[in-house]
Write a new protein. Structure first.
Lengths: 127, 127
DNA sequence: GGCAGTGGTTTCCTTAAAGTAACTAAGTTA
DNA sequence: TAACTTAGTTACTTTAAGGAAACCACTGCC
């Protein structure tokens, strides 16, 4: 039986049944955060997204967008132009999450040098 | 040739060579964020961590802790007790990151219901 | 001597995520 | 008519992550 979000919070985030952990699991893939970050400032079309998020394949982009749409984080809007235009954008819910994602990105930008230094030091000691 | 963090920031986070993306990649596994969240308030011993973070195996816990230690986010301290005690704790760097992790966890706690509702609606439409 | 507890490592296997490439469809241009 | 664009899907393969179980060393306890 699934616990409610409230119960989960009252117990612990580390429980397997906790929905919070489900969300964390969902975002912890290779591309979701990157895509949401790209959508932060403006709606972006499929192929533009594919060009901007370097290295992602058509298949995985499509899959990931579908998941994000299913989770209510992203909208998909089709325009009957020729060729057809499909625009992806963050929902209101998606925008509330993107603030956190941005702070994660900021952390990475500001601390990447410390992380790389730590890695070098660790590797030197554990040669 | 590896770009510097500054160059990366000036260009874009979405580039494959960007170190920021390396950090995002590293954190986007199944357990890292969860472990760091558990270490947030106090140092925790190996087996305690294993019991608290439900579902993680001994091997994966050990691997993940090593990665976090290598990245300079977690320290490992051995006490010569019997049986031996090994305590894991966040570094100063790790603490700066844990604030962001906490906000991610908060987001999940507050919005899980919206996400689940969106999923139900999506599944109903795409039956 | 044998079991318990600590904190791991090693091996083997399964599974899920991701990559590659080819294919579709609709319409526009040359 | 053939090629190009958009936005995908499908089939197949590869890779990486994770899980299961057994093993190690150390020592105290009974």
């Amino acid at each position: 039986m699934m616990e409610t979000a409230t119960r989960c919070q009252a117990y612990n985030v580390f429980s397997q049944a906790c929905p919070t952990r489900m969300v964390l699991d969902r975002l912890a893939d290779k591309w979701s955060l990157l895509i949401m970050d790209r959508l932060r400032d403006e709606p972006v079309r499929f192929n533009q997204l594919r060009r901007d998020v370097e290295g992602i394949s058509q298949k995985v982009l499509s899959q990931t967008l579908k998941k994000l749409e299913r989770d209510g984080l992203v909208t998909r809007q089709v325009f009957a132009t020729v060729p057809v235009t499909v625009e992806y954008a963050l929902t209101a819910l998606g925008h509330t999450l993107s603030n956190t994602i941005e702070s994660l990105a900021h952390w990475a930008e500001h601390n990447i040098d410390s992380v790389l230094a730590a890695q070098r030091e660790y590797d030197a000691v554990n040669a």
